[in-house]
Design a protein around this ligand. Sequence first.
Ligand SMILES: *Cc1c(COP(=O)(O)O)cnc(C)c1O
Length: 359
Amino acid sequence: MARIYNFSAGPSALPEEVLSQARDEMLDWQGTGMSVMEMSHRGKHFMAIAEALRQDLRELMAIPDNYKIALMQGGATAQFAFIPQNILRGKKKACYVKTGAWSNKAIKEAGKYCQVQIAASSEDSRYTTIPERDSWNIDPDAAYLHYTSNETIHGVEFSDVPDTGDLPLVVDMSSNILSRPVDVGQFGLIYAGAQKNMGPAGVTVVIIREDLVGHADASVPGVFDYKQQIDNDSMLNTPATYNWYLLGLVLQWLKRQGGVAAIEQQNIRKAEKLYRAIDNSSLYSNPVDPACRSRMNVPFVLADSNLDKEFLALAEKNGLATLKGHRSVGGMRASIYNAMPEAGVDALIEFMAEFERTH
Ligand SMILES: *Cc1c(COP(=O)(O)O)cnc(C)c1O
């Protein structure tokens, strides 16, 4: 069996240990004679899996007791709508920070439910910067402020959490959750689709402060209502059980790596060496302001885009897959989430140097 280094932005590479464990437990989970896929979500075996998952997430992120966890479906995209549907609390307006493709999508969707105030935008820089916090135009009477902590497509990441005072802070952490420690207490709501840094697609993690729960409009469907989901341990209907199980395995794996602070050190090392290789070359370049370059998604272009095809084909031959950039920005993108081993980044850097030497 040959595993390649997969730089996909999402669904993305999973830790090999996790996949092996899932394989070993596929037909018979811990002596039950059943696959997790076949279990009742209300049975004691699956309940234990779900409980462990929640405990591990709480432990890894140090989630305070006044925060609830909901595991939902519909991806982060569904949350773009669920958030205004659930936490406007009778207010008419929400503030959004526009830093790339994903915050843009969140803004468009929120516009169906409330007035959106763009508190700041980096569109003028073609999303290669983050506007200075002093320049943000925040309405203190808005229901919340939403931002995207890591723009997966543009490769732009916040290195700290913006201070918005009493205004609840809502963050799309889909592509950098669990990659660095965060103080959950600074947020009103954190959400993330699993398929970037946590597991397979099909489950979305929502971490929400208690006081923001229970404000959904009466017209909001029950499965989209945070309160109903939380009151029912996210089992208002049948959850994506196997995805929860795999998410749980990834969390256990992360604990074995030493947790979020330890994986952050690896992420820093991986990103630094890749950006250094790009900056030191005359063939590759990355347009993002160094102060807000993403540790997770590293977009880069070749000086001569006529070489793109050959670069991708040769990379593939060398076991380096899915490096093509998003169609909206072109070029290349290497996504190097928690599960990408440092050896994968080393192999990429070596390949890039060799390609430059021979072209
Ligand atoms: C991938 C991604 C999304 C969309 O996730 P879906 O699960 O496809 O809905 C939203 N936000 C960010 C930052 C992402 O990376």
